[in-house]
Design a binder for this molecule. Structure first.
Ligand code: KIV
Ligand code: NA
Length: 263
């Protein structure tokens, strides 16, 4: 695989070719995912749940994320490395800039931040300083206690148009990528069609530009209730390497997500 950059993702979007993304937390799995052709690796704050065993992503610290970013950066190969800003990095613009700087120094190539239209100011300051941003909308796990649980977002027309408007605002502010989590497939499609920038979906239907899953879910190591959008690619595969390859090929061939994975 040629080195994946933001330009590569934009070219995929223009060509109508979907791309695959997967979370990674260490060098070995990053190497395996990259070797399978997965274009984007995310050091997600989901590590608080899948690695640390917490019930949410809130306990994850900047140091935790930096540690895992350094590990993944050593194994990432040609994949693009996206990294989550942890809970409360957006407490102030100054903190946002400092925290994003730490992630970039640890090896991030794109930072992901949760937040609605009000994040526009912070995103503008980051992009001005050369830090590319992915804005995460829809179900934002850092606000789970306010949302009252991990629930599908944008179900009614008013909520859906608000998410679309927020996405537009954040792209205008400089966001290079949008990530949509747990929204109806129709909204995933509308946001992708409305925007020039790549839109990555998780539980956002088939008509977005890229798909992402948590690595543990792809390998069938899901704890508790299995979300609808998840697929275990290790079931029926010979080993982890072929599971990653099957996931990548299913995304590229538009076989994943299927109807049963969508809202
Ligand atoms: O932390 C994470 O793994 C994420 C993905 C689910 C998009 O943010
Ligand atoms: Na996250």
């Amino acid at each position: 695989m040629k080195t994946v950059t933001l330009s590569t993702l934009q070219a995929f979007k223009r060509a109508g070719e979907p791309f695959s993304c997967l979370t990674a937390y260490d060098a070995s799995f990053a190497r395996a995912a990259s070797a399978a052709g997965i274009e984007v690796l995310l050091v997600g704050d989901s590590l608080g749940m899948v690695l640390q065993g917490h019930a949410s992503t809130l306990p994850v610290t900047l140091d935790d994320i930096c540690y895992h970013t350094r590990c993944v950066a050593r194994g990432k190969g040609a994949s693009l490395l996206m990294v989550d800003l942890p809970f409360m990095s957006n407490a102030s613009t100054e903190r946002l800039l400092t925290d994003a700087g730490a992630l970039m120094r640890a090896g991030a190539e794109l930072v992901k931040v949760e937040g609605e239209a009000w994040m526009a100011g912070g995103i503008r300051e980051l992009t001005r300083r050369g830090v590319p941003v992915c804005a995460h909308l829809g179900l934002t796990p850092q606000t789970v206690y306010q949302l009252g649980g991990y629930k599908v977002q944008g179900r009614n027309a008013e909520q859906a148009s608000r998410i679309l408007e927020d996405a537009r605002t954040l792209v205008e502010a400089g966001a290079s990528v949008i990530l949509l989590e747990c929204v109806p497939a129709s909204l995933g499609r509308a946001v992708s069609e409305a925007l020039e920038v790549p839109v990555i979906g998780i539980g956002a239907g088939p008509d977005v530009d890229g798909q992402i899953l948590v690595m543990h879910d792809v390998l069938g190591v899901t704890h508790g209730r299995t979300p609808r959008f998840v697929k275990d690619f290790l079931a029926g595969a010979d080993d982890i390497h072929s599971a990653f390859r099957h996931y990548h090929e299913a995304v590229k061939g538009r076989q994943f997500p299927a109807e049963e994975h969508c809202f």
